[in-house]
Design a protein around this ligand. Structure first.
Ligand SMILES: C[S@@+](CC[C@H](N)C(=O)[O-])C[C@H]1O[C@@H](n2cnc3c(N)ncnc32)[C@H](O)[C@@H]1O
Length: 286
């Protein structure tokens, strides 16, 4: 797949000191997507997940299943792989999500120990030039030619960020890390797309699990969420599941309210189910 990277566009929002402007990225995203967004095509990517991926995997039981997952930090796709998914495709609005996912995938495939894996992630998280930091060599080997050109053009830009609360980052435990290494095949297919265009970017593929957690929360109107879910229905196998949102316990009374209306509007073909143990909202087809 070819990716049309525009370096002038990509550098907007990054400051000369390497940092980025959240305000600029949000403004830019709203122009691209007035339905509510905080991210755009080159916004910084998270280095690690803040979701309870272990609990979520135990509920989803992805063994042998086909999955479409938000790329994010790359952790969700990797956890699906660790828990036995047969095939995982990924998508994200930000190209930087692909970069972090490819770096993690490379380290796992090349048998890095956990210490080195975390060390590289810490190193590149704060680097204003990921090709010219201690771990620059790893990055160069990990990414594709198009990404390498992109990273050359992004020198001086801090393209990664830690989770809103770095301390609760979700890292794989030793068994999960070993299984990721064992199961990971190579780079994941990455669909560079806004959620609202995603359905049109998938050809005739169908999935057992579509993982939209921590993405739909940025969509303001319940009617827009319903539109996305209705579109994704065409890509769901019989008995398929769409993960709609997670981390709901502490964060989201308002989000719960929004989902009441979403649930009412999709009730013709699916049920919205809240699982307390994983703090996660699922859509299950009838
Ligand atoms: C809060 S982060 C999710 C991080 C996630 N918790 C993880 O485990 O890595 C949201 C992700 O969704 C992506 N995103 C946000 N809005 C999007 C949209 N409209 N379309 C596609 N991706 C979007 C962002 O680029 C980011 O990678």
């Amino acid at each position: 797949m070819r990716y049309d990277i525009n370096l002038d566009d990509a550098r907007i929002g990054y400051k000369p000191d390497g940092n980025f402007s959240r305000v600029l990225f949000v403004e830019k995203s709203r122009k691209l997507n007035p339905r509510g967004a905080a991210f755009s095509s080159y916004s910084p990517a998270y280095m690690s997940s803040n979701e309870q991926l272990q609990s979520i995997m135990q509920i989803l039981k992805p063994t042998g299943k086909n999955v479409l997952a938000i790329t994010g930090s790359g952790d969700a796709p990797l956890f699906f792989t660790a828990y036995g998914a047969q095939h995982v495709d990924t998508f994200d609005i930000s190209y930087n999500a692909r970069v972090v996912m490819d770096i993690k995938t490379y380290m796992l495939k090349n048998n890095f120990c956990f210490y080195d894996y975390v060390h590289v992630l810490r190193d590149i998280q704060t680097a204003p030039d990921v090709l010219n930091c201690v771990s620059g060599d790893v990055v160069m080997h990990a990414v594709t030619h198009d990404t390498l050109d992109y990273l050359c053009g992004m020198r001086g830009c801090r393209i990664f960020m830690h989770t809103s609360n770095g301390e609760i980052a979700c890292f794989p435990d030793s068994t999960e890390f070993a299984t990721m290494k064992q199961n990971v095949r190579g780079r994941y297919n990455f669909i560079w797309s806004d959620l609202f265009d995603l359905s049109g970017r998938i050809t005739d593929k169908k999935y057992d699990i579509i993982y939209l957690s921590n993405v739909l929360q940025y969509v303001n109107a319940a009617s827009d969420i319903v539109a996305v879910l209705n579109n994704m229905r065409a890509h769901l196998n019989t008995d398929g599941v769409i993960v709609v949102d997670s981390l709901l316990q502490s964060l989201a009374v308002a989000r719960h309210k929004k989902y009441k209306s979403v649930g009412d509007n999709i009730s013709g073909w699916a049920d919205l189910i809240y699982d307390k143990s994983a703090m996660t909202m699922f859509l299950k087809t009838r």
